[in-house]
Design a protein around this ligand. Structure first.
Ligand code: ADP
Length: 471
């Protein structure tokens, strides 16, 4: 059971006040009710004692003038009750005192407290005064008053003891439930200060402290994640700068080399000069392409490339895009086949960006050895997405490369020589655009057999506020 902190403190204070009082009162009640019973029992015992003493005195009245003998006669009785006796005449002359023969060893104070008087009429008609003195505090019936006092003291002591035990118990409990998690939090903050963000605080109760600890652990986790993210970002930023400088420097240095060659007159024939100039043009194209990709990618990364999505008809859109590049692709010796039927559905896309996706994928196929590119489109079963598949019969992608091809600046093992002049950003850009359209993209490939890229695009959700789809 989870009791709140406030309830626990209230319970602690109440129990510290109430329990000792109840214990004391309870014990007093038990003792006092016992005393009542004892008094009832003692009354009979006192009467019996008086009766025994009166009988003894009367039986031995002729021995009153012989106290020693009288003492011997009285001795069993005195022993039985553990008492002393003194007999006085009516004019208070001491006729007999057992203490003369058996000195009282107990302290005077207690003895005085436990004395009783009884008048006995002798057979001669002479009334004598018998004082009964308790020799021992333990002897009944004289110990009652002390027992009451003692029991009150014991009750108070037990009450006080329960108070101390409760204070110790509650202090232990509260320190365990409040102070120890606080101590853990303190240690965790110290650890965090030292840079250790993997120091969890274990506290499973769902009370105020539990909520606080939960919040603290969450904060620590978020902080850890954001620091790791920051580190990752920092690392990839460094990698990015290194890649960019490398990719810019490579074509630049070859341009520089060829320009110097031309200037130094190394290319003597016109044919050589043309070749040099062609290389320079290729390299500048490569640079242009790289800078274009970089620009696009950085805008996508910074979310500065707003998606201007509109409703378009899929059949019209894809036909237009393919028509626009078909001739160029054919000139490169590659055939594009669009599988029939092309679904005619409304898609919600940024046409320019999706055109870029198609171009990146198709020109990748062209670059990586395809002679045929098959394009297939179909609606998915739930009719929420249009699936577009671009399959080629090119070089394919190795198993080692496949998981990384969508990473920025990643180039497959075979394309690293840069003979294709790729930036390694094409697929990263494609993925960002598809994700910005709430779609998904995946690649499958058999090395040497070809590759197949599949992505999805959302269909229009009909709503009364939607603008009419184009076409
Ligand atoms: P690049 O500028 O190098 O083409 P991309 O991001 O477009 O960069 O592609 C990443 C890598 O994926 C390429 O270097 C290449 O190894 C591989 N790749 C992409 N498309 C294909 C494809 N159609 N056929 C074979 N390999 C491909």
């Amino acid at each position: 059971m989870n009791i709140g902190l406030k309830t626990r403190l209230i319970l602690a204070f109440l129990s510290i006040i109430i329990v000792p009082v109840l214990v004391t009162i309870g014990l007093l009640y038990v003792y006092l009710s016992n005393i009542d019973e004892r008094f009832q029992g003692q009354e009979g015992k006192i009467n019996q004692l008086f009766q025994d003493i009166s009988d003894q005195v009367r039986e031995n009245e002729e021995l009153i003038d012989h106290p020693k003998q009288l003492y011997y006669e009285f001795q069993p009785l005195l022993r039985k009750y553990d008492i002393n006796l003194a007999i006085q005449s009516p004019d208070h002359e001491v006729l007999f005192d057992s203490r003369d023969f058996h000195p009282d060893e107990s302290s005077g104070f207690f003895k005085q407290m436990d004395s009783l008087q009884v008048d006995v009429e002798l057979s001669s008609g002479l009334p004598v005064h018998v004082e009964i003195m308790a020799n021992s505090l333990q002897a009944e019936p004289f110990n009652t008053f002390y027992q009451v006092l003692k029991n009150i003291m014991i009750s108070l002591a037990i009450g006080f003891l329960s108070l101390i035990l409760l204070i110790i118990g509650w202090t232990w409990y509260i320190s365990r439930t409040i102070l120890s998690p606080l101590k853990q939090i303190y240690t965790a903050t110290e650890e965090m200060k030292e840079g250790n963000l993997s120091y969890p605080i274990h506290y499973n109760k769902k009370d105020e402290i539990g909520h606080f600890v939960h919040g603290f652990n969450l904060m620590r986790k978020h902080l850890k994640q954001s620091i790791e993210k920051q580190k990752q970002y920092e690392k990839s930023r460094k990698e990015l700068i290194a890649s960019i400088s490398h990719d810019l420097r490579t074509p630049l240095s070859s341009i520089k080399g060829y320009v110097e060659g031309l200037m130094d007159g190394i290319a003597r024939t016109e044919e050589m000069q043309k070749k040099y100039l062609r290389v320079i043009k290729d390299k500048t194209d490569q640079l242009d392409h790289l800078i274009e990709d970089l620009f696009e990618f950085s805008k996508l990364e910074l979310n500065q490339l707003p998606m201007e999505r509109v409703y378009v008809n899929s059949q019209e859109f894809f036909s237009d895009v393919i028509l626009g590049i078909e001739i160029d692709v054919q000139q490169k010796g590659v055939q594009i086949k669009v599988e029939d039927p092309v679904p005619s559905v409304c898609i919600y896309i940024d046409p320019q960006r999706i055109q870029q996706v198609l171009l990146n994928l198709i020109y990748n196929s062209v670059r990586y050895g395809a002679s045929t590119i098959n394009i297939r489109m179909l609606e998915n079963r739930t009719k929420s997405h249009l699936q577009v598949q671009i399959a080629d019969n090119g070089n394919g992608i190795s198993k080692e490369d496949l998981p990384y091809i969508f990473n920025r600046f990643y180039r497959g093992e075979k394309s690293r020589s840069r003979e294709h002049g790729g930036s390694g950003l094409g697929l990263a850009i494609v993925k960002s655009i598809i994700q910005a359209h709430d779609g998904e993209i995946r690649a499958e490939s058999d090395e040497g057999q070809g590759s197949c890229f599949t992505f999805t695009l959302p269909l229009c959700i009909p709503s009364s506020n939607d603008p009419e789809p184009e076409g």
